[in-house]
Design a protein around this ligand. Structure first.
Ligand code: QJS
Length: 232
């Protein structure tokens, strides 16, 4: 997160850190007791290794009462995701067991009505992604508030030049922005997850390249279908 600030500890109990060998790789959030939603691009350099999912955390390193690392039983990247673009950039992770819910571990509902969030709506996004252009990695969860910008503005030829589909949305990236390591985390508007930080590599903090999110409403059926099929 660039230009943001440390989140109030454990006030975003839905936040997940996707880790490999104890290292944060991407964000995510608890979408059901045994399921975390993140971005498919985050699996690009992991080969066939499975992530571990850290829940209940504020600090990535210090001991905290409800912090717990969960093993992942299976990972389900959206079938339409690919490394060449930001399309269908979703990843569902089934935890080995149901997460133990408590004050620091809670599910976050996601938007199911397929209607664009109005431009200028201020949403918030949190993550353990880099906090400076030099790539400084925070130990504690950061957050920032960002206004939604319209798809037309975001698709202007001087911005993302027509690549933003109806399944994506954008926020202003002037100074305050998401960045590497924040991908997979939720864009929360009015207490509901409206989008997921896309994990395609992108310049951060430059107003000419707004932040891109995968909208969640268009994928409600896919998310429900995977959870139902794997839960049995
Ligand atoms: O965050 C992203 O946009 C993104 N997209 C990816 C695609 C492939 C992929 F293998 C990884 C990523 C990845 N995450 C990262 O590089 C994480 C490693 C970097 C990081 C940043 C801050 C704090 C800790 C670690």
């Amino acid at each position: 997160i660039l230009g943001g600030y440390e989140a109030r500890p454990h006030l975003k109990p839905f936040m997940a850190s996707l880790q490999l060998d104890g290292q944060h790789v991407c964000g995510g959030f608890l979408v059901a007791e045994q399921w975390v939603l993140s971005a498919a691009h985050c699996t690009e350099e992991t080969g066939d290794k499975l992530f571990q999912v850290l829940l209940g955390a504020h600090s990535l390193t210090e001991q905290e009462p409800h912090k717990r690392l969960y093993r992942v039983r299976a990972q389900f990247p959206h079938p339409g995701s690919n490394k060449h673009n930001n399309k269908d950039d979703l990843l569902l992770l089934q935890l080995e067991e149901k997460a133990e819910l408590n004050a620091d571990v809670q599910v976050l509902p996601f938007q199911r009505e397929d209607r664009d969030v109005a431009p200028d709506t201020v949403c918030e996004v949190a993550g353990w992604g880099i906090t400076s252009h030099s790539g400084r990695r925070p130990d504690r969860l950061q957050q920032v508030e960002r206004p939604v910008i319209s798809r037309d503005v975001c698709n202007h030829r001087t911005r993302h030049d027509g690549t933003i589909t109806n399944n994506m949305m954008c926020t202003d990236s002037r100074r305050r922005d998401t960045c590497k390591g924040d991908s997979g985390g939720p864009l929360v508007c009015g207490g509901v997850a409206e989008g997921l930080v896309t994990a395609g590599s992108r310049v951060c903090g430059n107003y000419k390249k707004p932040a891109i999110y995968t909208r969640l409403a268009p994928y409600a059926a896919w998310i429900d279908g995977v959870m139902a099929s794997a839960d049995g």
